[in-house]
Design a protein around this ligand. Structure first.
Ligand SMILES: [Zn+2]
Ligand SMILES: [Zn+2]
Length: 612
């Protein structure tokens, strides 16, 4: 790991100084991310002004194909595949969290079958930023195809943490890039452009090939007073716009919201007001682990008021560790304290930063709310700030946590009570600004549900982009673009793959249907032994149930069901039915029918018949 780290740390400097020269001065193991291409050149990257390769490629009529493997009609599992001539590369590989009806499913990742099929054409994957909906599927992807990964410093740092959990750290080909760098493949060159978002080090991509330039914004907002890292590089978007942009793929998350997204700095001001208001209370702030600028602001305000800060929750501890190591978080001396020692400090000199702003049941804040946390016991002297808005679908769980905290007597600041949260995504005016600067010929709204994509398309239309030049895609769609045409290509597989424990893809729709069925009405198991040759009933049948009725209170019903099963098996015998599946089918039908008549319920009926 140390070796890889060094390599990554070295990359940036080397690139700026010696464009395309890097592998010559390095040993083989260090340069494995940069394979020789067919033409004998090297894949690598250089600074924007580097002269190693002709930057602008001549435009021809071969289409650039953009396949959407995830991220459309959903907020999650973003993944896009670019193809030109015989070359492909990917952008992002995220995960989605399961819907409540996906029983027992831990997470959802994109379907990689199209990627696997084209593995030898894919030159690498570029990651726009370190959010789960952009990096969460990467470990699963690399187990399938171990392609080079490109990302900015913090993004790579967060990816390393994930790959370590999957035991992939030593085999992964990680390459650190910075805004202004250009990754050169054979047909494509991809330039990184700095943008603002709710995690540092996010980038947009300017993708150039023979068909023209495509800009993919990634997740972004326009923050003119960001906490760190500078304002989004609007001038670069404008420059590219003047050079001519074939297509813009833009973040639709907030396309329904008019105006501008507030600056992250606004939240810091609110913290300052609220922390003072908290008086002698202990302050607990829940936020997204990855929102490092938010964490920085909490720490700054706490320090300015002489309060110590403790971090609670595994993901938050991880991110704080990685980001302070990489220089994205600066914590003044003697402010951070060990979470085990909070009881040694008076309440009014403490701020606890915790996970759980979405009400996630296993998170630290949830545990505190339900009096199940080992270190923090909520009391009336607690002042809790939930610094996030519930993601659609999470309103209920967040509401529950708020109610429990209130029951314990704590004061709770949540949702829109104060400006304790700003979005990381651009609102309408910012979206229009980017469109106006980039002036794309074609527009493709991405990263959003149908209502977001539609609204974003309407904004584009309002900006004068002809309807025929706007493409509202879905997962599996392929956009084929040339300088004179936009066509929808043959669709590619892009479904959902469920991850349950160590199982990837082994839980499908049938298993889910069974789980739902079991969850709704339970199961009745009928066991019996029949004679192998004659089919005559030898032992049983016996009937047991789970999740259907409590057997002791329904002995009569179960006994009647047993009789029905027995009769069915006897009927099969007298009718000379010898096929075991037919016998089972008849048994299942008979018992299901009887149970439904008696109870109006449809538990799963599972016949187990042994031929002896
Ligand atoms: Zn994001
Ligand atoms: Zn996202």
């Amino acid at each position: 790991m140390a070796k890889k780290n060094n390599e990554n740390n070295n990359n940036k400097k080397q690139n700026a100084q010696q464009p395309n020269n890097r592998s010559q001065s390095k040993d083989k193991s260090k340069s494995k991310g940069f394979q020789y291409n067919k033409k004998g050149g090297k894949q690598g990257f250089r600074s924007r002004n580097g002269s190693a390769k002709k930057y602008r490629k001549s435009v021809d009529e071969t289409p650039v194909k953009i396949a959407f493997l995830g991220g459309l009609n959903e907020v999650g599992k973003n993944m896009t595949l670019y193809e030109y001539k015989d070359e492909m590369f990917l952008v992002d590989c995220g995960l989605a969290f399961p819907d409540p009806e996906m029983l027992g499913v831990d997470l959802v990742i994109p379907d990689f079958s199209y990627v696997e099929k084209n593995a030898d054409k894919i030159k690498g994957i570029i990651i726009t930023h370190g959010h789960e909906d952009h990096i969460g599927g990467l470990a699963y992807l690399l187990k399938t195809v171990n392609i080079p990964v490109y990302g900015t410093k913090l993004t790579i740092g967060l990816i390393q943490g994930k790959l370590k959990e999957h035991g992939l750290l030593s085999s992964a080909k990680l390459n650190e890039v910075a805004p202004g760098d250009v990754v050169e493949f054979d047909e494509f060159s991809v330039e990184m452009i700095h943008v603002n978002h709710s995690i540092p080090d996010a980038i947009a991509l300017a993708i150039k090939c023979g068909a023209g330039t495509v800009i993919q914004t990634g997740d972004f907002k326009v923050d003119s007073t960001p906490i760190d890292g500078g304002m989004i590089d609007l001038s670069r978007f404008a420059q590219l716009g003047n050079e001519g942009v074939l297509a813009l793929l833009s973040d639709s998350t907030n396309a329904e919201r008019p105006g501008y997204t507030e600056s992250e700095r606004k939240v810091g001001e609110s913290f300052d007001v609220l922390f003072r208001k908290a008086g002698k209370s202990r302050i607990i702030v829940a936020t997204f682990a990855s929102n490092i600028h938010r964490v920085q602001q909490i720490i700054n305000v706490a320090a300015s008021l002489g309060r110590k800060v403790a971090i609670m929750g595994r993901s938050l501890e991880n991110v704080v560790d990685i980001s302070s190591r990489l220089g994205y978080l600066s914590i003044p001396d003697n402010v951070l304290i060990n979470a085990d020692l909070i009881n040694k400090y008076p309440a009014d000199s403490l701020v606890i930063i915790t996970t759980g702003s979405q009400g996630e049941p296993m998170s630290a804040l949830s545990r505190m709310a339900f009096s199940d946390h080992r270190k923090v016991e909520i009391c009336p002297n607690d002042y809790v700030i939930i610094s996030a808005t519930p993601i659609p679908g999470n309103e209920k769980t967040v509401g529950k946590v708020v109610n429990e905290l209130l029951k314990l007597g704590a004061q709770v600041i949540y949702e829109k009570m104060y400006d304790v949260h700003v979005s990381g995504h651009a609102c309408q005016e910012e979206l229009k600004l980017i469109m106006g600067l980039v002036k794309p010929k074609y527009f493709i709204p991405v990263h959003g549900e149908q209502k977001h994509l539609r609204k974003h398309a309407m904004l584009a239309e309002g900006m004068g982009i002809p309807v025929d030049n706007i493409f509202i895609a879905d997962n599996g769609y392929v956009a084929e673009l040339t300088n004179s045409s936009l066509k929808s290509g043959a669709p590619v597989p892009a479904g959902k793959v469920f991850v349950d424990g160590y199982g990837v893809g082994d839980v499908g729709s049938v298993v889910l249907r069974d789980r739902k069925h079991l969850g709704q009405d339970g199961i009745i198991v009928v066991t019996a032994s029949i004679d192998y040759e004659t089919g005559q009933l030898i032992a049983g049948p016996e009937v047991v149930s789970r999740g259907f009725v409590y057997v002791k209170e329904a002995e009569e019903l179960i006994e009647k069901a047993r009789k029905v099963a027995e009769k069915s098996l006897e009927n099969s015998y007298y009718s000379n039915i010898s096929d075991i599946n037919a016998i089972k089918g008849k048994l299942r039908d008979a018992v299901s029918h009887f149970v439904y008549e008696q109870t109006k319920r449809s538990p799963m009926v599972l016949p187990i018949i042994m031929e002896v």
